[in-house]
Each structure stands twice: as structure tokens, then as C-alpha cells.
Ligand binder design. Structure first.
Ligand code: HEC
Ligand code: HEC
Length: 306
């Protein structure tokens, strides 16, 4: 009888071990539960916004150190380039309450403040929005920040005008980029690294010299052929990839807002230039051929590639 009810604990050492285990076990179980719940929060809600890589990506523009050659010619970044380099980290996921890229309802109340207020806010910062998106004025000028705002706003239901470029004196490189469109020497001098602007300069430099422009000499009788030829020899260098913010070939969304203008207005932009778009794409093709190239691109954007 007394044998059956004997305790399995026979030594003081065993007693201590049991005492410790009875404290530790519940604690271990609780720790595991907490960890389980935390893990669910990290990955369970269909978002990886807090994954280490994403967090790193979001903070990287702020922590980034860029070395500058102050003497290098400076070509302005387009709004899209600035956005992709800086603003996207917060404004694409809508992190920390940032108005989300492409979300018209996020942006509408902000856009209604007007461009000047938006620019002031973006330069000075507001709440979790760091001044200039965390960049230094050496990296991105006010003008470039402004372009990024316009890019975001206009891709989120807004219709802001592209800000005016700073005076040529303050920014001779822009002038070089713009006039360089027709001046291969100036353009090839604007070697500002591997960014799109210098790629554009190279593309422009590669545009055949006026006398040898094949499309200009091409057979205008077949307008569609001439348009395609001019596109291939000239316009493609920017429009195939969307360089400098050019509406991309075949991209209906990029073209739709432009095609709200009457086609003659669109022809005019192609003939006389607009923003970074050089007159006739920097070629000296005939007006007819340029219009044919526009038709070719417009048809491609509408999906009837003929
Ligand atoms: C670190 C995250 C972060 C980065 C990077 C960032 N933003 Fe923001 N941005 C925010 C947040 C958060 C808000 C919302 C602030 C608020 O309303 O209090 C905001 C708001 C804005 C607004 C609206 C301001 C207003 O008046 O309502 C503009 C414009 C803007 N950002 C532009 C930019 C531009 C341009 C860049 C890139 C150069 C950029 N942001 C980069 C977080 C960021
Ligand atoms: C150096 C780069 C470059 C080349 C080369 C170029 N474009 Fe463009 N193009 C642009 C950019 C950038 C825009 C956007 C301009 C803007 O909206 O500010 C544009 C816009 C346009 C538009 C739309 C205008 C509008 O908003 O309605 C047309 C049409 C066009 N280009 C036609 C042409 C044609 C035709 C050629 C060839 C003969 C050509 N482009 C060559 C850069 C280029």
C-alpha cells in the first residue's frame, strides 16, 4: 500500500529539478506562443512590407551616400527617374501614411492644395515625409523634386503642369541636354554617368546626321513605310524604352493622356519639340515623315500596329 503511493521524487536534487521545470515549462510555452503570433503578423497578412529586405529598400535612399563630381555636367533627372530612385520607397507601398502612387483618392485632397504648396511641403518635409524625400539638394534640385511630384500626381489622377526648367545660366547642362538634342557634340559631352539622361545623349548623338538621315531621304510615297523607317532610325532611341519620360512605344496608358489632344497638336509637339522631346526627334526629316512616324507610334499605342 505505502509502496504504491510512494513519490517518484526520491532525492532533494530531483525535487529541485521538478521545481525548476514546473516554472520553466509554462514560460517556454508562452515564449513560443508569442513568437508564433509575431511570425503570423510578419508574413500572415499578405504583406511583406516589414520583411528585412523591404525595410532596407525603403530606408536606403536616406542612408545612401553618393559621391559627386562637382565639375561633371549635370543633366536633370525626369520626375519618373527621381521617383524611381527616391520617392517610390514610401510612395509605392503607401508606407507610413504616404499618399500611394496611383491612388487617386489618396492624392486628390493633396493635389487640390496646388503645386506650389506640394513643392514647399516636399522640400520642407511633413510628418513622416522627410525633407526632399531624404535627399540632399546636391543630389536632386528643387526642380527635380518638383518633377517627381508632378510625375506622382499625374499618375494618380492629377493634371499638374510640368514645372518650368531653371534658367539656363543656373543649369547649363539642361540647356546642353535640350539643345544638345540637335547638337551631337554638346550631347556627347554631357556624360553624367550611367543615368538615363546620358544614355539619351548617346542616343541623340547616334541619330544620323541630317544629310544622311535615311528616313528623310526615304520614299514618302508610302507614308506608313516612311513613318516606320523614321521611327526605327530616330524616334526609337527614346520612345522604345521611354527614355527621359518619352511615352513608350506600344504603351496605351502612356499615350492615352496625350491622345486627348487633337492629333494636330500631337503632330506639333513632334515637329517643334516639347520638354525633353527635341523638334523632329533631333532629325531633319520632312514634316510629312515626322507625322507618319507619329501615326505609326499612335497606331501602335492603340493596339492596331499597322
Ligand atoms: C521615408 C518615406 C518617404 C519618402 C522617401 C518620400 N515621401 Fe513623400 N510622403 C511621405 C509621407 C509619410 C507623406 C504624408 C505626410 C503627411 O501627410 O503628413 C508624404 C507626402 C508627400 C506629399 C504630399 C504633401 C502634402 O502636402 O500633402 C508630396 C508632394 C510628397 N510626399 C512628395 C515626395 C517626393 C517628391 C519624394 C521623392 C523625392 C518623396 N515624397 C519621398 C513619405 C515619404
Ligand atoms: C531624345 C529623345 C526623343 C527622341 C529621339 C524622340 N522623342 Fe518624342 N518624346 C520625347 C519625350 C521626352 C517626350 C515627352 C515630352 C513631354 O511630354 O514633355 C516625347 C513625346 C512625344 C510625343 C507626344 C507629344 C504629346 O504630348 O502629345 C510625340 C507625338 C513624339 N514624342 C513623337 C516623336 C517622333 C515622331 C520622334 C521621331 C521623329 C520622336 N518623338 C523622337 C523624347 C524623344
Amino acid at each position: 500500500m505505502s509502496d504504491e503511493h510512494q513519490s517518484p521524487i526520491k532525492t532533494p536534487g530531483q525535487l529541485i529539478a521538478v521545481a525548476i521545470a514546473s516554472f520553466l515549462l509554462p514560460i517556454i510555452v508562452i515564449v513560443l506562443c508569442v513568437q508564433y503570433v509575431q511570425n503570423m503578423n510578419r508574413v500572415g497578412a499578405g504583406t511583406d512590407a516589414f520583411a528585412p529586405d523591404d525595410v532596407k529598400a525603403r530606408i536606403s535612399p536616406i542612408a545612401q551616400l553618393t559621391v559627386h563630381d562637382a565639375s561633371a555636367p549635370h543633366a536633370f533627372k525626369t520626375g519618373e527617374e527621381v521617383f524611381k530612385a527616391v520617392c517610390t520607397t514610401c510612395h509605392t507601398p503607401g508606407a507610413a501614411g504616404a499618399p500611394k502612387f496611383g491612388d487617386a483618392s489618396d492624392w486628390a485632397p493633396r493635389i487640390s492644395q496646388g503645386y506650389d504648396t506640394l513643392l514647399k511641403t516636399a522640400l520642407a518635409g511633413k510628418g513622416a515625409m522627410p525633407p526632399r524625400g531624404g535627399t540632399s539638394p546636391d543630389d536632386y534640385s528643387d526642380y527635380e523634386i518638383g518633377r517627381a511630384i508632378v510625375y506622382m500626381a499625374n499618375n494618380s489622377g492629377g493634371h499638374l503642369d510640368e514645372p518650368a526648367a531653371p534658367a539656363p545660366g543656373a543649369a547649363n547642362a539642361t540647356a546642353a541636354a535640350a539643345s544638345g538634342a540637335t547638337d551631337a557634340n554638346a550631347a556627347s559631352g554631357a556624360n553624367a554617368g550611367a543615368d538615363a539622361a546620358s544614355a539619351a545623349a548617346a542616343a541623340i548623338a547616334a541619330i544620323p546626321a541630317p544629310s544622311s538621315a535615311p528616313a528623310a531621304a526615304g520614299n514618302s510615297a508610302d507614308a506608313a513605310q516612311a513613318g516606320k523607317a523614321l521611327y526605327t532610325s530616330v524616334c526609337q532611341s527614346c520612345h522604345a524604352t521611354g527614355l527621359l519620360g518619352a511615352p513608350k512605344f506600344g504603351d496605351a496608358a502612356a499615350w492615352a493622356p496625350r491622345l486627348k489632344d487633337p492629333i494636330d497638336t500631337v503632330y506639333n509637339y513632334a515637329l517643334h519639340g516639347k520638354g525633353q522631346m527635341p523638334p523632329k526627334g533631333g532629325s531633319n526629316a520632312s514634316d510629312e515623315d515626322v507625322k507618319a512616324a507619329v501615326d505609326y507610334m499612335v497606331n501602335a499605342a492603340k493596339g492596331s500596329n499597322s
